[in-house]
Design a protein around this ligand. Structure first.
Ligand SMILES: NC(=O)c1ccc[n+]([C@@H]2O[C@H](COP(=O)([O-])OP(=O)(O)OC[C@H]3O[C@@H](n4cnc5c(N)ncnc54)[C@H](OP(=O)(O)O)[C@@H]3O)[C@@H](O)[C@H]2O)c1
Length: 248
């Protein structure tokens, strides 16, 4: 029997979200074992239903800000299968507002979930990633965190700051850990709850279709990127869902 490729994905609760659909797509692959994490497994009904159908999909409890949850999740993976190949921190929040007057607690919260959360996961799973032949750490980031897009007319300053720090953190982890392939991935603009709610709160109309990516295309693209990821080609970089490099 071949050893399965093992994935861990956070933020996998919402059926129209990226985390859920990455878990769905990856667990449809032969020889995969997918741990899909949500804040509260008792309310993650769609994921639970999918996990009932697929023996290689395991639902795990994880609040992205909790070191205890991350440690418990890593213990579960350590029991079975005892290694991790691909770690995908996908949980995220996007508090909308202007840097001039938005509550500083929004910035702290964005950092806790979007920046510190992925580092908590990396630390908890470090020893299991070390047991993989080709470990990958691929947090889901955003072009909103790039200097190249700082002029984008969106009230996403705090979100951008937290994703910019995530980008640096991931490149630095790649430099610190010489076996790991750590890089950030941009899913494109996908009309998930986060995008739709954020635009509504900001009083903005939905973006024109030509600027957005269908959920399925984004997820298919990211799965392909994961499959092709090598430290030599992807490590320390920012890669779009379509495999193209993103300017920092
Ligand atoms: N959609 C886009 O256009 C876009 C573009 C660039 C980057 N991204 C990134 O893609 C990732 C996924 O976002 P999405 O678009 O799929 O949005 P989404 O559907 O709103 O998903 C975000 C998920 O994060 C979870 N989450 C938030 N805070 C959490 C916490 N403290 N602990 C555990 N889970 C938490 C949410 O859980 P609950 O369901 O329990 O609330 C939700 O399932 C995010 O990191 C986002 O920044 C998205």
């Amino acid at each position: 029997m071949s050893t399965p490729k093992v994935y861990f994905i956070s933020g996998a609760n919402r059926p129209n979200g990226l985390g859920f659909n990455l878990a769905k797509k990856l667990s449809a692959q032969a020889d995969s074992l997918v741990f899909a994490a949500v804040r509260d497994p008792s309310t993650a009904k769609d994921l639970a239903r999918l996990a009932e159908e697929r023996k290689n999909l395991v639902v795990v409890k994880l609040d992205a800000t909790s070191e205890t949850d991350a440690k418990n999740a890593a213990e579960l993976v350590a029991e079975r299968p005892g290694k991790l190949d691909v770690l995908i921190p996908c949980a995220g929040i996007c508090p909308m507002g202007s840097m001039r007057d938005q509550s500083l607690d929004d910035l702290r919260q964005a950092f806790e979930v979007n920046t510190v959360g992925p580092l908590i996961l990396y630390r908890a799973f470090q020893s299991l990633l070390a047991k993989s032949d080709a470990p990958v750490f691929m947090p889901i980031s955003s072009k909103a965190g790039c200097f190249a897009f700082v002029g984008m007319p969106m009230p996403t300053g705090y979100y951008g700051v937290s994703k910019c720090a995530l980008n640096y953190l991931s490149a630095k982890l790649n430099a610190e850990d010489d076996k790991l392939c750590a890089f950030v991935c941009s899913p494109g603009i996908v009309m998930t709850d986060m995008t739709a709610d954020g635009m509504r709160k900001a009083g903005m109309p939905p973006p024109p279709k030509e600027y957005t990516v269908e959920l399925e295309d984004s997820v298919d693209g990211m799965v392909k990127v994961i499959g092709e990821a090598r430290r030599e080609t992807h490590g320390g970089k920012f890669i779009e869902y379509n495999g193209e490099p993103v300017a920092w």
